[in-house]
Write a new protein. Structure first.
Length: 129
């Protein structure tokens, strides 16, 4: 199946850093700042949302790789802006450059890969295992 995904695909989304995103809540640290796992989740969600509208019904993307650096702490209660830009596409494999910002300051960066799958077939393959 062929998918019409623009080469210039880009999505920006803002997230409020809540208690549930904090390192002390998740157990990944002992401070009330945006945790690395939460920042990665925000990056994955933004990339997912960027591509989903270009897929036909029944097709989704699944995350297959993250390579992220968390550069600076962001306190709870602040807003984080995530940018996901499509960097590369190889048939159903999508590679995004992702970045996180607190104000004008970059707080995270890296790449995230997603793979386009038929949801029904994907779920059926999981049930066989």
């Amino acid at each position: 199946m062929e998918f019409e995904i623009p080469e210039t695909l880009e999505k920006t989304r803002e997230y409020l850093v809540e208690a549930k995103h904090a390192a002390d809540f998740l157990g990944s640290g002992k401070v009330e700042v945006l945790s690395t796992p939460s920042m990665i989740l925000m990056m994955e969600q933004t990339a997912l949302l960027a591509v989903q509208d270009y897929l036909p019904e029944g097709w989704i993307t699944v995350g297959i790789l993250v390579n992220i650096r968390h550069l600076k702490a962001t306190p709870k209660g602040e807003t984080v802006r995530i940018v996901a830009k499509l960097k590369e596409r190889d048939r159903r494999r999508l590679v995004f450059d992702v970045a996180a910002f607190h104000g004008d300051e970059k707080i995270g960066e890296g790449t995230h890969e997603r793979f386009i799958v038929n949801k029904e077939k994907f779920m059926a393959s999981i049930k066989k295992n």
